[in-house]
Design a protein around this ligand. Structure first.
Ligand code: IPE
Ligand code: IPE
Ligand code: MG
Length: 249
C-alpha cells in the first residue's frame, strides 16, 4: 500500500473524507486456511469485522458505505461453503438489525435478493423496513450482486419504459442509467478499498466506480482494522482527483 506522510496522521480531522466508501471484503478463505481452519471460520471472522468496520465508518462521519458480501459469481463455490455463508448472513443480519438500529445506520441491499431462502428474504425485508426510521450512514450490503447483472436489469427496465411509451429513446442519458441501478439516488463511490492483495474489481460497482479512487491493500479482510481504514482515508486525502480536467493552480 502507498506510504502516507506521518505528519498527516496528527491532523486527521482536517482531511477531506470520502462521502461514499466501497469495500470488497476479500480474503476470508485465506485467513482461515493459514490457521488450518475451514473457510467458513474465515467467513465468520469476516462477518464480525464487517460489523466493527461499519460502526466505525458511521462514527467518523462516512455517509455511505457499500460492502461487497456475495457476488453473482460466488455461486460457483462448493455447496457447503455457500450453505455456511447463508447461515452467517442470517445470523449477522439478525444481530445487525438490533445493533445498527442503536447506531442509527440505514441498511439497504444491492443485488437480486429474490433468490435467497424465504426466511433470509424476510429478514432482509425487516431490516429494510427498520432502516426507514434511521437517519445515519447508509450501509449498502451487496449480496448476490454483480455490476454486469445490475446493468442488464437496468437495460431491461429502460427498454420496458420505452416500449410502453413512458420514456423516449433519445431522452436516455447517463443519469437515466444511474436511476435504474440498485444505488439510485446515492452518490457514486469516492474510494474503493480492496484488502486481500488482489488487484481487480471482481464485478463491483462497475458503472458507479468510473471515477472512484482505488486502494488495494495487502491485508486479509478479517485482519483489517479501523487503523487500516484510517490509513486508507489518509491515502485518499492525498489523491488528486481531476475527473478528466486539470489540477487548479
Ligand atoms: C471473501 O473472502 C468473501 C466472499 C467472497 C464471500 P474469500 O472467501 O473470497 O476469501 P479468499 O479470497 O478465498 O481468501
Ligand atoms: C469478490 O471476491 C467478491 C466478494 C468479496 C464478495 P472474490 O474472492 O469472489 O473475487 P475473485 O474470485 O478473487 O475475483
Ligand atoms: Mg476471494
Amino acid at each position: 500500500m502507498e506510504q502516507v506522510p506521518n505528519q498527516n496522521r496528527a491532523d486527521r480531522s482536517q482531511r477531506p473524507l470520502p462521502r461514499h466508501v466501497g469495500i470488497i471484503m476479500d480474503g476470508n478463505g485465506r485467513w482461515a486456511q493459514r490457521r488450518g481452519l475451514p473457510r467458513s471460520a474465515g467467513h465468520k471472522e469476516g462477518a464480525k469485522n464487517f460489523k466493527r468496520i461499519a460502526k466505525y465508518c458511521n462514527r467518523i462521519g462516512i455517509q455511505y458505505l457499500t460492502v461487497y458480501a456475495f457476488s453473482t459469481e460466488n455461486w460457483k463455490r462448493p455447496a457447503l461453503e455457500i450453505k455456511a455463508l447463508m447461515l452467517l448472513f442470517k445470523q449477522y443480519l439478525k444481530e445487525a438489525l438490533d445493533e445498527f438500529e442503536e447506531e442509527n445506520i440505514q441498511i439497504r441491499f444491492l443485488g437480486d435478493t429474490s433468490v435467497f431462502s424465504s426466511d433470509l428474504q424476510e429478514l432482509i425485508r425487516q431490516t429494510q423496513e427498520a432502516a426507514k426510521k434511521q437517519t445515519g450512514m447508509v450501509l449498502n450490503i451487496a449480496m448476490n450482486y454483480g455490476g454486469r447483472a445490475e446493468l442488464v436489469s437496468a437495460v431491461k427496465a429502460i427498454c420496458a419504459k420505452v416500449t410502453s411509451g413512458e420514456l423516449e429513446q433519445n431522452e436516455i442519458d447517463e443519469a437515466t442509467i444511474s436511476q435504474y441501478l440498485d444505488t439510485a439516488g446515492q452518490p457514486d463511490p469516492d474510494l474503493i478499498i480492496r484488502p486481500s492483495g488482489e488487484y481487480r474489481t471482481s464485478n463491483f460497482l462497475l458503472w458507479q466506480s468510473a471515477y472512484a479512487e482505488y486502494l488495494f491493500m495487502d491485508i486479509l479482510w478479517p485482519d483489517f482494522t479501523p487503523e487500516n481504514l484510517e490509513e486508507a482515508l489518509d491515502a485518499y486525502a492525498h489523491r488528486n482527483r481531476r475527473f478528466g480536467g486539470v489540477t487548479p493552480v
